[in-house]
Write a protein that binds this ligand. Structure first.
Ligand code: SF4
Length: 369
């Protein structure tokens, strides 16, 4: 691999030498990338890695996000989505309302929601079966590790059994939410009632052992430090070394909403550095996603030159981050995604949830798995 020059930061020059020698980057390298004043140089490093993995291609998926309820038994301090039963803004979608949303020409249903106090585990199994029947062509990416653990508690069965039953009902892959930041300090400050790093990693390890491919996230841009971001990435890299079960990593930009956690939204530059640090440190992750819903389509477009090789998809209707104040549109049309990708000089590849190309004219490619 060769890295374009010039690099106007000696720390980046050291990292480039490591990349060119095939050496693995370490924690200090990740911190240097997050702090480097040479933004273009950061992009050059991450872009070299991205292009060595997936050439000129950028992925997208025709998908639909469904959040069946915002009623949640937990109250995380950073969350503007959740409500308590009886609140004015509480909602519960009926099965018909859910199914109405999946009867479209999509290839992925992304299903996540609040931890509902009375819905039984069997209802979620039925949800998967009904979605599969309603749209057999769509793969189902459903339920964060937090939801999986919750199902195990309400059904009084093991996590293994939860996963087996969900797969039998139609689950294809798992999203990466609920990871937040792998830091005891942040856990205690923001989401004490919810699982921490150890449990999240344990559940993804269990999923990988069953052949369920999963995704991973980091919620950045609130009270976390650069050290905590990098430590999070290193823990994910360690698990991926063991299992190889992660498909993509998605840095999620914190939306301020009404939380009063921080004074302002993370900057575009911070988002681009975070994408780049992720691509550089997570050398065993096939894909890095620029999630346009939170980064905005414009920054996600630029992120394709900072290590990202995926823009997620059409989404159509997203409630979790829009309830937290995201001002992006609820969805993008296929043509808009193609434009965002092509304008960045990338070749678009429409994919399914496992990153297999959908057979259209633009989908002829080879990437490293
Ligand atoms: S982040 Fe998830 S678990 Fe926490 S309050 Fe919001 S919906 Fe509930």
């Amino acid at each position: 691999m060769s890295v374009l020059r010039p690099l106007n930061d000696p720390a980046l020059e050291r990292i480039a030498a490591k990349l060119e020698a095939g050496e693995r980057l370490d924690r200090d390298d990740g911190l240097a990338v997050l702090a480097s004043p040479d933004l273009i140089g950061v992009g050059r490093l991450a872009n070299a890695v991205k292009e060595a993995r997936s050439g000129p291609y950028a992925f997208f998926v025709l998908n639909r996000q469904i959040n069946p309820t915002n009623v949640c038994v937990i109250s995380c301090k950073f969350c503007d989505f959740a409500a308590k039963a009886g609140d004015d803004d509480a909602y519960e979608m009926t099965m018909d309302e859910i199914l109405e949303k999946v009867r479209e020409p999509i290839h992925e249903v992304h299903l996540v929601g609040g931890l509902h106090p009375t819905w039984p585990f069997e209802y979620y199994e039925e949800m998967l079966r009904a979605i599969r029947r309603a749209n057999p062509a769509a793969q189902i990416k459903a339920f964060t590790a937090v939801e999986i653990e919750f199902f195990s508690k309400i059904a009084k069965i093991s996590v293994d059994e939860v996963l087996d039953r969900l797969v039998a009902a139609g689950l294809d892959t798992m999203p990466g939410g609920g990871a937040e930041v792998f830091s005891d300090r942040i856990h205690d400050a923001l989401y004490r009632e919810k699982m921490g790093a150890e449990k999240w990693l344990e559940i993804h390890r269990a999923a990988h052992a069953k052949g369920i491919r999963t995704n991973a996230t980091l919620l950045y841009g609130h009270i976390e430090t650069h050290e905590e971001r990098v430590d999070h990435l290193m823990l994910l890299r360690d698990l991926q070394d063991d299992t190889g079960g992660f498909i993509s990593f998605i840095p999620l930009e914190f939306q301020l909403g009404y939380t009063n956690l921080v004074a302002r939204q993370a900057s575009a530059v911070d988002g681009l550095r975070t994408i780049a640090a992720s691509r550089l440190l997570l050398d065993n992750f096939p894909h890095i996603k620029a999630y346009w819903v939170m980064m905005t389509p414009k920054v996600a477009q630029i992120a394709q030159r900072f290590g990202a090789d995926d823009l997620d998809g059409t989404v159509v209707e997203e409630k979790i981050y829009h309830d937290a104040g995201a001002t992006t549109s609820q969805g993008l049309r296929r043509e808009e995604l193609l434009r965002l990708i092509r304008e960045a000089g990338r070749d678009p590849v429409e994919r399914d949830t496992l990153y297999r190309p959908i057979q259209r004219e633009e989908a002829t490619f080879t990437v490293l798995a």
